[in-house]
Design a protein around this ligand. Structure first.
Ligand code: C2E
Ligand code: C2E
Ligand code: C2E
Length: 88
């Protein structure tokens, strides 16, 4: 059968991200809203973002892409496996 590689896709949990009270993720939230707008993707609970965009965002946070991923993880706003996310 088909083997699904563990994706390296960056998938944001929008509910968590938008509820996040800390100012630290304000730029990520603003960016995600802009991407939703550009795609017309308003109804999702999650949003897959481009690796390129993560790189740009990391610069804003004076960090590396992996450093930013770590921070997003600490805030619990990343979805490791969107299919498992919807199954639960
Ligand atoms: P675009 O970059 O010219 O992409 C046109 C269409 O190609 C997109 O329409 C989408 O259907 C498809 N597409 C392009 N790259 C990908 C990809 O990596 N994965 C998938 N699944 N589809 C892709 P869409 O989604 O309506 O977006 C319209 C325009 O909005 C895009 O035109 C781009 O200029 C902008 N945009 C949308 N999402 C993003 C994003 O995550 N980052 C950036 N930088 N721009 C985005
Ligand atoms: P996946 O990438 O693991 O995504 C699983 C589910 O997460 C998707 O189910 C969708 O409900 C949600 N999801 C992930 N990213 C986004 C997002 O940016 N916006 C929104 N609104 N929802 C998102 P879905 O749509 O039934 O897709 C199932 C699988 O089909 C996806 O698994 C992926 O493997 C594939 N797929 C769907 N759309 C695209 C696409 O535009 N490009 C590519 N390459 N694969 C796609
Ligand atoms: P995906 O759709 O599974 O695409 C995986 C990778 O294939 C993308 O990684 C990108 O490197 C390449 N790719 C797919 N479609 C296109 C395309 O039309 N043009 C180009 N130049 N490359 C393409 P990337 O960029 O890191 O994006 C990760 C995920 O973010 C995508 O997974 C998709 O779920 C989402 N995404 C990115 N850009 C767009 C967009 O413009 N519209 C939508 N609807 N989703 C996007």
């Amino acid at each position: 059968g088909v083997r699904h590689e563990p994706t390296n896709k960056i998938v944001l949990d929008l509910e968590r991200l938008y509820d996040e009270a800390s100012e630290e993720l304000a730029y990520v939230a603003r960016y995600a809203r802009a991407i939703q707008q550009q795609r017309g993707d308003y109804n999702g609970r999650v949003l897959s973002i481009r690796a390129d965009d993560l790189r740009s965002l990391a610069i804003v946070y004076d960090s590396s892409p992996s450093g930013l991923i770590e921070r997003l993880n600490e805030h619990g706003v990343l979805v490791a496996d969107p299919r498992a996310f919807f199954a639960s």
